[in-house]
Design a protein around this ligand. Structure first.
Ligand code: ZN
Length: 311
């Protein structure tokens, strides 16, 4: 049984006037419910994300930044850099609920007794958040918080972060730049945001319009070595679907099938290492948004099948 965390606030707390495709969270949830209804072999349990308590933010983020965000004291420039406007108390609740979903998923994956140690959050993967500031639709870095909780509460030492969102995981790379036990892998568009890249342990940079074949060769030829260096006890997968050709912010040219093959390569590696995996939704901004929704749902469907295969 795959545990997936979700909450309606993922969509409802974003202004309907925002350019951001707020409905995608609800649509991915509904799509997965519908697939699970029609396919009994897809064993998915949805759990409601809870609010993450503030103390966990301090494992990663600067106290001054945490306080400014929670209390509504960010400057207009800092809010613009994050990209969600306006700041509202409900947006704060959403931010903490998404992080709560990620930590909930981490706990489920690590506490699973019967194998199939996997779980996911139908949001999150907020990899552009740095210790002291947010940007690119990311406030707090739920991936980084997950690493620290795994370390502090579960005795996990070595973690690999596989970031397949089309945008480099710059915040994550920066947070773990000096941490030899956390391996950061990012495969992304060379000529896309963030235009000033940070240094991950392994960065795979792809030219604009990269197609399925070139992408999958690049992934396969780097991921095996990366994980051999990482020797992970836990894998965190940022499964952004914005490398899709129809994505408005992606600049690459993968098909839905190409993304499915990408996911399969990642899950094959997870199976090889036989370690728990947590999946974060990441970006997806296709027009129409249903194209992204189908790909996000594919990720979690494939995770459910991976989970099933591990029992
Ligand atoms: Zn992205």
């Amino acid at each position: 049984m795959l545990n997936l965390f979700y909450h309606p606030i993922y969509t409802s707390a974003i202004s309907p006037h925002a350019r951001f495709p707020r409905t995608r969270y609800r649509l991915v949830y509904e799509e997965l419910c519908s697939r699970a209804r029609s396919r009994p072999e897809l064993e998915i349990r949805f759990l409601e994300s809870g609010i993450l308590s503030g103390e966990y933010l301090h494992l990663v983020h600067a106290a001054s930044y945490i306080g400014a965000f929670l209390e509504g004291r960010l400057t207009e420039q800092e809010i613009r850099r994050i990209g969600f406007r306006p700041w509202t108390p409900e947006f704060v609740e959403r931010t903490l609920t998404i992080a709560g979903g990620s930590i909930g998923a981490l706990r489920k994956a690590l506490e699973s007794r019967n194998g199939g140690a996997a779980a996911g959050n139908l949001a999150g993967g907020t990899h552009h958040a740095f210790a002291g500031h947010g940007e690119g639709y990311c406030v707090f870095n739920d991936i980084a918080i997950s690493v620290q909780v795994a370390r502090k509460e579960y005795g996990i030492q070595r973690v690999a972060i596989i970031d397949c969102d089309v945008h480099q995981g710059n915040g994550t790379a920066s947070i773990f730049a000096d941490d030899p036990l956390t391996f950061t892998y990012s495969i992304h568009g060379a000529k896309n945001y963030p235009f000033r890249k940070e240094r991950s342990d392994c960065d795979v940079e792809l030219p604009n319009d990269t197609d399925d074949a070139a992408y999958l060769i690049a992934l396969r030829s780097t991921l095996t070595d990366a994980l051999a260096r990482a020797k992970p006890e836990l894998i965190l997968f940022q499964a952004g679907c914005d490398p899709l050709k129809e994505d408005t912010l992606g600049k690459l040219a993968l098909s839905r099938e190409g993304l499915r093959r990408r996911n399969a390569i990642v899950f094959d590696h997870v199976a090889y290492w036989d370690v728990p995996v947590v999946v974060f939704m990441g970006g997806g901004y296709a027009d129409p948004i249903e194209r992204s929704v189908a790909c996000h749902a594919d990720v979690f469907e494939q995770l459910a099948m991976h989970c099933h295969g591990q029992r």
